[in-house]
Design a protein around this ligand. Structure first.
Ligand SMILES: Cc1cccc(C)c1Nc1c(-c2c(F)cccc2F)nc2cccc(C)n12
Length: 233
């Protein structure tokens, strides 16, 4: 019985992460612009770049609030952020597209993404992922913890102290497992399906790198923060 119960300290631990996840939302002015600006591919790309930049800022703030993260080796902190940024952003935008946005916003955002100079070969896997996340109907605690688990993935490139990252990720996975049992009692495999999304996320890293390259080829401009997090010159 005690295996399934979420303990008091797990409740407190989870509250820190969920509050931080909910506190750090995409600024209103960015989402407001989504409805106002016109629909040219150029304008859409500029809006999406602004949105991506604020998503990275939100990601950095959320990551800093993950218990124990700031006590990791500083270079490992950077390696974890750079290694997980795309996956965390796909998760965040999947959640924004499948739940968060007031109605009408979602269709507008989807329309702008579809008409922003991204080639079909990246559009399909991206929207398949958004659909697969939508189908899970994650509660916000699961979204927050899944994002934290993604950031604390020990086997990112250039991470030196793997065990230190594992020690932070393990308690998150344990709480996430209990949450899934609690919120999806009739789906014993729900936790496994959730972790399966992390595998699908890894494939999106590759598509994202290709998207960056094709945008660069069309001389599309990024912001300094996006150049920094993805080592774009
Ligand atoms: C904000 C947004 C939302 C959904 C889809 C897309 C294409 C974007 N925009 C970008 C993303 C990106 C992301 F922010 C979240 C998910 C997947 C992503 F491809 N990455 C980058 C990198 C340089 C420029 C942009 C415009 N960009």
């Amino acid at each position: 019985k005690e295996k399934a119960e979420i303990t008091k300290e797990q409740q407190a631990f989870m509250k820190v992460i969920v509050d931080s996840y909910n506190r750090h939302q995409i600024p209103q002015d960015v989402t407001k612009k989504l409805l106002q600006e016109q629909y040219s591919a150029e304008e859409n790309f500029i809006l999406l770049t602004e949105m991506a930049t604020s998503q990275v800022q939100v990601l950095v703030e959320f990551t800093k609030n993950i218990p124990g993260f700031l006590s990791l080796d500083h270079e490992d902190q950077i390696a974890l952020l750079k290694g997980s940024a795309v996956e965390a952003m796909f998760l965040r935008s999947a959640q924004v597209l499948s739940t968060k946005m007031p109605n009408g916003h979602t269709e507008v955002l989807e329309e702008r993404i579809r008409n922003s100079g991204i080639s079909e070969e990246f559009m399909t896997p991206m929207f398949n992922f958004y659909k697969s996340i939508g189908k899970l109907h994650m509660v916000q605690e699961e979204q927050a913890l899944l994002t934290a688990v993604t950031i604390l993935t020990p086997d990112r490139p250039f991470v030196k102290d793997h065990p230190a990252v594992e020690r932070l990720q393990e308690p998150m996975l344990e709480v996430l497992r209990k949450l899934c049992a609690l919120h999806h009692p009739r789906e014993p495999q729900y936790f496994a399906r959730l972790l399966g999304r992390l595998t699908e996320l890894r494939t999106l890293n590759h598509y994202h790198t290709e998207m960056l390259t094709s945008w660069r080829m069309n001389d599309q401009k990024f912001t300094p923060l996006l150049c920094e997090i993805w080592d774009v010159q």
